[in-house]
Ligand binder design. Sequence first.
Ligand SMILES: Nc1ncnc2c1ncn2[C@@H]1O[C@H](COP(=O)(O)OP(=O)(O)OP(=O)(O)O)[C@@H](O)[C@H]1O
Length: 162
Amino acid sequence: MDINTRQQDKPSFMRALTFALRGIVYVFHTEANMKRHFWLFNLLALIELILRPPADTVAISIFIATCVFAAELFNTAIELAVDAAVNFEYSRIAGLAKDAASGAVAMVCFGSLFAAVYILVHSTPWRFRLFSNVHPLSVVILDVAIVIVWALRFWPMSKHPK
Ligand SMILES: Nc1ncnc2c1ncn2[C@@H]1O[C@H](COP(=O)(O)OP(=O)(O)OP(=O)(O)O)[C@@H](O)[C@H]1O
């Protein structure tokens, strides 16, 4: 079956968005590393809600977190494509392709550690600001990001067409 047949009644932007969301939800449900990234994102959000850095720092940290999610999505896409291409047979090149894809995720995670250290240093002196009204825009950004990421993580996984 043509993969576009099922959703041709929707406008192309909505169709593309539906496919993208389906891919994200699939990876959140199936990849152990993506679930780890999800909990690390929650830890980051909680620390930022407590230390309350300025909104520009929060926005950049959320962007970096989405880069980690995106890297894991690319990694999974490459793994699936490689498995489909070699039909789960052993292939040295297939193995190398998967190693390189995992390396990309490791690189982004490594880079994000520097950002985490920067945020922690930048937020000194550390004060417990969870219930304060310091930097209210930071709270708005974090709340919106948390709601979106939780929705993507726990959205029910749809069945893929064969
Ligand atoms: N078809 C294959 N041929 C040769 N080596 C492979 C093949 N499939 C996987 N490998 C090797 O096993 C490793 C793990 O592959 P696997 O598909 O299990 O990924 P994974 O454990 O889900 O990785 P990740 O933790 O990055 O999601 C690869 O990095 C590669 O070195």
